[in-house]
Design a protein around this ligand. Sequence first.
Ligand code: PNS
Length: 165
Amino acid sequence: MTNSRPVVGVYPGSFDPVTRGHEDVARRTLRVCDRLVVAVAESSSQSKHHLFDVPERLEIMREVFADEPRIECVSFSGLLVDFARTTGARFIVRGLRAVADFEYEFQMAQMNRELYDGVETIFLVPDLGYSFLSASLVREVAALGGDVSSFVSPPVLERLRRHLS
Ligand code: PNS
């Protein structure tokens, strides 16, 4: 890289809610970029079964990443590649937990490349301790009264308690 433009990454997802696995991926991504835009999709495949609405997800995420000035949390509508292009992102980052994630991620990365070849998709592996963790499991366990305190940060836990009580 010869130019001195700051490297911006986009980390898209549903984040319903943001888990410690997501947090881990976001913080690790800061090792390879100057600024990270964590972007909640208003239209994702899971949008019909959401727990928190998008403004609330954003509010939670801004609290979770309040200690990290290089992370900005926003929402976007429409195509991810269009959002990445307008953001000036060098790359899209996604977490890869296990082989099971690969097919879906591979399809999305290829489709995004077909749509716009100006941004790369990179994959980061979260800490092994989070390899089983997903937002959908957190939602299910929390809804059934299970303890999710080791899977999400306090701002998420607080909202889950309020939401489900
Ligand atoms: O956390 P998720 O639900 O696995 O994230 C999926 C997400 C939000 C990254 C994907 O649904 C997406 O990019 N949505 C935006 C609309 C879009 O660009 N769709 C085409 C993807 S190839």
